[in-house]
Design a protein around this ligand. Structure first.
Ligand SMILES: [Zn+2]
Ligand SMILES: [Zn+2]
Length: 124
């Protein structure tokens, strides 16, 4: 596993954090890969409060599974919409550390996220 040094980054500490899988009743957009989510689909919702502001993010099931796995493996969590950034960092570090298994695993997750990405303004 890579040795990510999260102290390099400046992320707001969460005062409260809750994360759970939940079916959506409304059409949504995944905050990570950007794809359209249709009503009835399972999503991962994360609620947080930082600096007194409450915010929530929602990602599709596939991105949610990747995010959960990433948080678990790295014993940390952050905004769901920032997970791809941390995965990029993880792949780079793992490459430097010549950890082929980690590079394979997280490069595959990177591709899975970007493949679902629908550019803004695209038809959905
Ligand atoms: Zn890693
Ligand atoms: Zn997604």
């Amino acid at each position: 596993m890579c040795e990510l040094d999260y102290t390099d980054y400046d992320f707001e500490p969460f005062e409260f954090e809750g994360r759970r899988f939940q079916k959506t009743r409304k059409p949504r957009k995944c905050d990570l890969c950007g794809r359209a989510i249709t009503p009835g689909e399972m999503t991962l919702v994360q609620a947080s409060k930082s600096d007194g502001d409450f915010s929530s993010e929602r990602v599709c099931k596939q991105c949610g599974d990747i995010a959960e796995d990433f948080f678990k493996e790295h014993s940390f969590f952050t905004n769901l919409s920032a997970v791809d950034h941390y995965i990029d960092e993880c792949v780079e570090r793992s490459r430097e550390e010549r950890d082929a298994a980690a590079v394979r695993k997280w490069a595959k997750a990177q591709r899975a996220i970007s493949r679902r990405h629908v550019p803004l303004g695209g038809t959905s």
